[in-house]
Structures are given as C-alpha cells and as structure tokens.
Design a binder for this molecule. Structure first.
Ligand code: SAH
Ligand code: SF4
Ligand code: F3S
Length: 479
C-alpha cells in the first residue's frame, strides 16, 4: 500500500491526479492511436516522441479510446499505487477490446521496463511491451503484433536520447513546453526504481536542445523546462567542437540566449550536484526563472545515508544557504519528501519537520514510502513502518508545507509580478492564469490580455496555492 500527495497549484494538482490523453488529429483515413500517459514529466515528454515515431508509421492520434486502432499506456512504476492505476485501467480496456478484437494494446514506459515479458503473462489483453529506450522500434513491434504475436522490446540503451526526433506536442497550451536534456539516472537512491526502468544516465547534444528551444520560440512558445532526473550532472562531450565538454551551467546559458522572452526552467536538481555555477547562471540571465526543485527526501542524516542520497542534513542546509546567498530570499524552492522510510524513528521524522522549518519551502511533493521490488532498499532493509504511521507522518509533513506555502505566498502580496499567461483560469472564464518567475500560479482579470503575453500583475491576495491580483501598467516588475 502507498499513498502520494502533494501540495501545489490547482493546475499541478490536476496534472498529478489526471492522466494525460492524446488529442484528436485530422486522420484522413490513417490508423488511430490513443496514448494515455502516467507519471512524471519525462514520461509525458516521451509520449510526444512516441507520437512522432508513430506519425512516421502512418498513425494519427485520437482523443477517443473507442475510435482507436491502437492504445498505448505510457506507465509509471515509482510507487505501488502508480502501477495499480495502470492495472485497473487495463481491466477497463479489456472490455473495450472484447468489443473490438482487432484493437492492439501496448504498455510502454517504466512499468513495462520493470515487469518486461512478465506483464504479458499477468495481463493477457496486452499485445506490446516497450521500454523507454525502444520507442524507435514501435512500428516494427506493431507489425509483429498485427500478425497475432506478442511483441516485446525492453532493451535499455547507453546512447539513445532521441535527439533527432521532433516531438509532437500533446496537451499543449502553446506557451510552455518540456525539453528532455538527458535520460536515465546513475544514482542509486535505495528506494528508487528509476535506475532500473530508465537505465544509465546519458546527456543529449546541447546543439539539438538549443535548436528545439529556438523552434519552440518561433512557434510562439514562451517557456521551456529542461528535464532530467538529475540535471546538474548534465555533461556532454562533443565529438566535434574539438571535444569540448558542456556542463549544465553552460547549457542553461546557451538556452537562455535563444531569446530574452523565452523563460527557462529546469527540473530536477540533486542537492549533491547543484553547483554555484548553476546558481550564478540563474542570476546572470533574467529569463532563467528563480525557482529550484531540490528534493530532500528526509531531514535526518542517518535516513539519508540509508537512502544512499550521498549528502547529509548539514550539506543540504548549506546548499539552501548558497541559494539564498546568491539568488536571495525570493528564489522559489520546492522539495520531495518521503515519510516512513525503513527504520525511521519519531525523532528522525521530527528532523524532516525541522528541516522544513529551516528552509520554508514554497511547494512540496510528499509521499509515504512504497517499497519497490528489486531496489536496494527492498533487498537490504525492512519496510517496517506501519502504513498508518507513514500516513500520520505524511499528514504532519503536509500540514507544515501548507502553512509554509501560505506564508511564502503572503510575502508576495502587495508586489508586482511579471506573469506569463498560460490560458483561462480554471475557476472563471473572465480571468486568466499564468505563472510568475518563481513558478507560482497567478490569477487576474482577463481585460484584453491573451495566452503567451507577459503581464505585470499587482498581487492583492493569495491562498496557499494561488496569487490573485490585477494587471498594472508598469515598466518594471520587482519579481
Ligand atoms: N530524480 C528525482 C526524483 C524522481 S522520482 C530526484 O532525485 O529527486 C520523484 C520522487 O518520487 C522522488 O523524489 C521521491 O520523493 C519519490 N519516490 C521515489 N521512489 C519512491 C518510493 N519508493 N516511495 C515513495 N516515494 C518515492
Ligand atoms: Fe531516483 Fe535518486 Fe535517480 Fe532521483 S536521483 S531518479 S531519486 S535514483
Ligand atoms: Fe517517471 Fe514514474 Fe518512470 S516518475 S521516470 S514515469 S517510474
């Protein structure tokens, strides 16, 4: 059993609770593909690569599972409940398949990689199983499945970055987009399944990243988020360019220079690897947003060691101090935290709460520990904290975060924020919503503004999740 909760903006909550589904394309007699994506942004971004590969194979995407000739579930394996969601969905799809026997079902992504061919034995309706590094092979796998055979490719690669594939943007607001800059993870956090499902870390050619950012800007996008499990270990040694090596700080600068009106965000940073150079690059370029997602996982050094995070409480606090010293009090900081990891005592849990008091995070993604088969923790440690205790600790962590989120937002009331408009507010058609530099959602009356505009908004009130205000005519914004 496991539960996962997070406190974020309404939009983010929605993204967490709902799955992403492909959109209707004009199909002109092409076969129809329905893709449903679960898990993290990396997975959503991979679905855009998959849509591109499949377009090459003559498929158009559809928003209706009933109309589909082929259904892909791009899955997540991070916690047990992520997998249960997929299992339940497969049961539903089985009913549909009985009515439409020619329809094929493929399971892609991290759960496919974790379970491999075993998934075909456990879920009889599945025709295709494909891991995250094998998406180029999908057209062949589909041909194989069309002959009535089961098709599997779960080979992990040391090189694949899909650098040459132009993603087809799915669920896009036309303003913000994600760019994968690396794949895999070389860390071995003991609780985590990602190194097993996504393989070794590899970085993508920086020139292809800059090209993608430039194309997005030319198409009207105004914000890109550079994605990787650990962006601070980005490192690309060019086979041309006299073997020049690019690190993450360099890459940030390159993307920032695409255009001053293109905002640049990135996720996720690892406390062991984030450098002063990255912080100085954020300071140097106004369009690199002042927001850092810096997962802590625990505030206790013994637990951090058991988790193999390779930093301790003091190291983490010192990183926070550097962020504040270089980027100031306004820089947004968010975290991931796990409660009830193996052998965690009440005192150690208190250390997590006190770390949160020290940092005063803007947001948090908080989870009860869920043991994942095959991980170092599952092999060497005992998952000995009862579920109700994990949950009680999780609720305590959430309560502290809620207080801090509200407090951090209240500091920003009475100030003008430069907001990039992402669309209509969820609550009212007469309001727009966008984000400020620190990734906080800002809602304000529409007037004559539109998606993609930068608007200076005076914030007059707030909740823990949203800043509320109205547009002002000002030449400078202080946030
Ligand atoms: N690469 C990122 C995290 C990727 S997974 C990093 O290193 O921070 C996203 C988050 O899921 C993790 O930060 C962790 O908080 C949570 N998570 C991962 N494995 C988990 C598990 N077994 N149980 C509960 N939460 C987990
Ligand atoms: Fe998992 Fe750790 Fe890698 Fe993040 S850094 S993906 S938590 S192993
Ligand atoms: Fe992402 Fe889930 Fe895989 S969080 S990397 S889709 S296990």
């Amino acid at each position: 059993m496991s539960i996962s909760l997070k406190i974020l903006t309404e939009a983010d909550k929605e993204a967490c609770e709902t799955v992403k589904v492909s959109e209707e394309e004009i199909s002109l007699g092409k076969k129809k593909l329905f893709i449903e994506s679960y898990g993290c942004q990396m997975n959503f971004s991979d679905s855009e690569i998959v849509a591109s590969v499949m377009r090459g194979a003559g498929f158009a995407t559809t928003a209706s599972e009933q109309d589909a000739d082929l259904i892909f579930l791009n899955t997540c394996a991070i916690r047990d409940n992520a997998e249960q969601k997929v299992r339940n969905r497969l049961k539903q799809l089985n009913h549909l398949k009985k009515k439409k026997p020619g329809m094929l079902i493929g399971v892609l992504g991290c759960m496919a990689e974790r379970l491999k061919a075993k998934l075909l034995e456990e879920e009889k309706m599945v025709d295709i199983v494909t891991g995250p590094d094998a998406y180029r092979d999908l057209p062949r796998l589909i041909e194989e499945a069309e002959t009535g055979q089961k098709a599997v490719n779960v080979l992990l690669s040391r090189e694949e970055t899909y650098a040459d594939i132009s993603p087809i943007r799915l669920n896009s607001n036309g303003v913000t987009a994600f760019i994968s800059i690396m794949r895999g993870c070389n860390n071995m956090c003991s609780f985590c399944v990602v190194p097993f499902t996504r393989g070794r870390e590899r970085s993508r050619d920086p020139h292809s990243i800059v090209r993608e950012a430039r194309e997005l800007f030319e198409q009207g996008y105004r914000e890109v988020t550079l994605l990787g499990q650990n962006v601070d270990s980005y490192r690309y040694k060019s086979p041309d360019d006299n073997g020049e090596t690019y690190d993450f700080a360099t890459l940030l600068g390159m993307v920032a220079q695409v255009h001053p009106d293109l905002r640049v965000r990135f996720s996720t940073s690892h406390p062991k690897d984030i450098t002063d150079e990255v912080l100085y690059a954020m300071k140097k370029y106004d369009n690199v947003c002042n927001y850092i997602h810096l997962p802590a996982q625990s505030g206790n050094s013994r637990i951090l060691e058991l988790m193999n995070r390779t930093y301790d409480r003091a190291w983490y606090m010192q990183k926070i101090d550097r962020i504040r010293a270089i980027l100031g009090e306004d820089c947004g900081i968010s975290h991931d935290m796990i409660t009830g990891f193996c052998t965690e005592t009440e005192e150690e849990h208190q250390d997590t709460l006190s770390l949160m008091e020290y940092v005063r995070y803007d947001y948090g993604y908080m989870f009860a520990y869920s043991e994942r088969p095959g991980t170092p923790a599952a092999k060497k440690l005992t998952d000995d904290i009862p579920y109700d205790i994990k949950l009680r600790r999780l609720n305590e962590v959430i309560a502290v975060q809620q207080r801090h989120s509200l407090e951090r937002n209240q500091r920003l009331v009475g100030r003008v924020h430069r907001v990039l408009v992402e669309g209509t507010s969820k609550r009212s058609d007469s309001d727009l919503q966008g984000r400020n530099d620190q990734n906080k959602v800002v809602v304000f009356p529409r007037e004559n503004f539109k998606k993609g505009d930068y608007v200076n908004v005076l914030v007059t009130e707030c909740t823990a999740a949203t800043l509320i205000g109205h547009a002002v005519i000002e030449l400078t914004a202080d946030c």
